[in-house]
Write a protein that binds this ligand. Structure first.
Ligand SMILES: NC(=O)c1ccc[n+]([C@@H]2O[C@H](COP(=O)([O-])OP(=O)(O)OC[C@H]3O[C@@H](n4cnc5c(N)ncnc54)[C@H](OP(=O)(O)O)[C@@H]3O)[C@@H](O)[C@H]2O)c1
Length: 270
């Protein structure tokens, strides 16, 4: 069981995927392979995570057909200008051992680079070797600026998002522009798992805090990519398709918002 969205490119994307930040070597290969074995079909890596090779290895070992897995990677912040974007993308394909990625993102809206780097990934998108292109950490001002230089609307915007950091403006803008919002750091790296409000909600549904948060995301049509390297948690995070949260409790969870940010504020790039 999985929930899907259709991107503005026509691609079908699973709403729940595996984030692979900060996992390396055989432990990463094992975790990703386990995720594929139990049904994950979206893997979120990045040049900066230095584990694209592990993603490729897990894909090969899993035996799941390449076309059944939605693979995202991201152009690193240090990459500057058309030639370097194209070269770094070639390197990503080589490391993942694939002829294409399903989604290529600019990892951050780096000042003085985002225009030229976006033009370069538009070119990659036209080549078909990135089936979709999108952005990461584009808060509203960055999205509103894009029509000045972009000829393609991003298919996806990956931003920090959780019940404790509800980005209302970005969600509304993405919904209006047919851009899929994808929530990163959805579990707040565990920092609110002991919140009594969240524990009470988990108790009501007989689920864990992580499952409540992830269900809250996908039930709004938001994609999300929790990271775990532990098989038991990878399974726990995927076991969210057998219940639903009432409208009243969805609103209560949204009311947990406290502007809690784990990763640096992208507006520092403005
Ligand atoms: N675009 C960007 O700039 C950006 C920035 C940050 C993250 N991301 C993406 O988003 C993904 C997720 O974000 P994140 O890794 O920062 O944080 P996260 O998914 O909110 O939290 C991951 C942490 O929570 C633990 N965890 C996972 N499932 C758990 C569970 N069910 N119960 C208890 N603990 C659990 C993990 O530990 P164990 O591994 O030990 O289970 C890990 O320490 C990343 O992997 C990456 O793909 C993108």
């Amino acid at each position: 069981m999985q929930s899907f969205a259709t991107l503005n490119t026509g691609q079908r994307i699973p709403l729940l995927g595996l984030g692979v930040y900060d996992m390396h070597g055989e432990k990463a290969v094992h975790a990703i392979r386990y995720a594929l074995d139990i049904g994950y079909r979206l893997i979120d890596t990045a040049q900066a995570y230095e584990n694209e090779e592990e993603v490729g290895k897990a894909l090969r070992q899993s035996g799941v057909p390449r076309e059944d897995v939605f693979v995202t990677t991201k152009i690193a912040n240090i990459v500057a200008g058309r030639a370097d974007v194209l070269a770094s993308f070639e390197e990503s394909l080589r490391k993942i051992d694939t002829e294409y990625v399903d989604m290529l993102l600019l990892h951050w809206p780096v000042k003085d680079r985002r225009r030229e780097n976006w033009k370069a990934i538009e070119e990659i998108g036209r080549s078909g070797r990135a089936r979709g292109i999108g952005v990461g950490n584009y808060l509203l001002p960055f999205l509103q600026e894009m029509p000045e230089y972009a000829t393609v609307t991003p298919a996806l915007d990956q931003i920090e998002y959780s019940p404790y950091l509800v980005m209302h403006q970005e969600l509304e803008h993405c919904q209006n522009q047919d851009i899929l919002l994808q929530a990163y750091t959805p579990l707040i790296r565990g920092q609110r798992f002991c919140d009594p409000k969240l524990l009470a909600m988990a108790n009501t549904y007989g689920k864990t805090p992580a499952q409540i948060i992830l269900r809250w995301c996908i039930q709004q049509g938001i994609s999300t990519i929790p990271k775990s390297v532990e098989p038991s948690r990878i399974l726990e995070n995927f076991s969210i398709f057998d219940f639903s949260i009432s409208d009243a409790d969805m609103a209560t969870l949204t009311g947990f918002d406290e502007g809690l940010r784990i990763i640096e504020d992208p507006m520092e790039m403005w």
